[in-house]
Write a protein of this length. Structure first.
Ligand SMILES: CC(C)(COP(=O)(O)OP(=O)(O)OC[C@H]1O[C@@H](n2cnc3c(N)ncnc32)[C@H](O)[C@@H]1OP(=O)(O)O)[C@@H](O)C(=O)NCCC(=O)NCCS
Length: 156
């Protein structure tokens, strides 16, 4: 069993989510929580990411990413929350969790359409963190970013 009560990442709402809402959301099909645990102390949570099905308006994508797409909302996976324990910041766990979200999205793509991984950044500083990994701002919301999944443009 993971120690959810002991988790703290510096943003109270993200700590509270893990303690009070994550299990319920998982049960109700609202979002799944993926936890990264400490190998040496498996109950200790190093970080977590939540994922849910989502969609984004075609016009929100940058023009180059809209090419050849049908005029429907674009199927997506939303990374609702991403958090790493304060004591562990800067060690690559955030990057690992992002990579995990990309891998899950790629696997899902074999079962249902997923074109982009979406994220709502808390502020401009966190948006910079995502941009460093290739996320692009949507045309409609500067703090909502997307990463094309498995497309050629993404592989350059
Ligand atoms: C944002 C967060 C998830 C990053 O996790 P982390 O494990 O510290 O990040 P990593 O060690 O994997 O860092 C990867 C890279 O991003 C950079 N980075 C980390 N946090 C950053 C931030 N807040 N802003 C800008 N860049 C950041 C790192 O410098 C690193 O770059 P480098 O490899 O060139 O040095 C973590 O700081 C956190 O949980 N913060 C509080 C909660 C939060 O803000 N969550 C985001 C919700 S949208």
């Amino acid at each position: 069993m993971h120690d959810r009560q002991g988790f703290t990442c510096g943003i109270a709402s993200l700590d509270t989510y893990l303690k009070q809402r994550a299990s319920q959301h998982q049960r109700d099909g609202i979002a799944t929580t993926h936890v990264l645990a400490d190998e040496d102390a498996p109950t200790r949570i190093l970080g977590y990411v939540t994922l849910a099905a989502a969609q984004v308006e075609l016009d929100a994508l940058q023009p180059a990413d809209r090419k050849r797409l049908p005029h429907y909302p674009v199927p997506a996976v939303r990374m609702g929350r991403l958090a790493v324990a304060t004591s562990e910041h800067g060690q690559g766990y955030g990057q690992w969790l992002l990579g995990h979200a990309v891998n899950v999205s790629l696997r899902l793509r074999q079962q249902l359409g997923v074109r982009v991984l979406l994220v709502d950044a808390l502020d401009a500083k966190v948006a910079k963190f995502y941009r460093a990994f290739g996320f692009r701002p949507t045309a409609t919301q500067a703090l909502t970013l997307y990463l094309p999944i498995g497309s050629h443009r993404n592989e350059k």
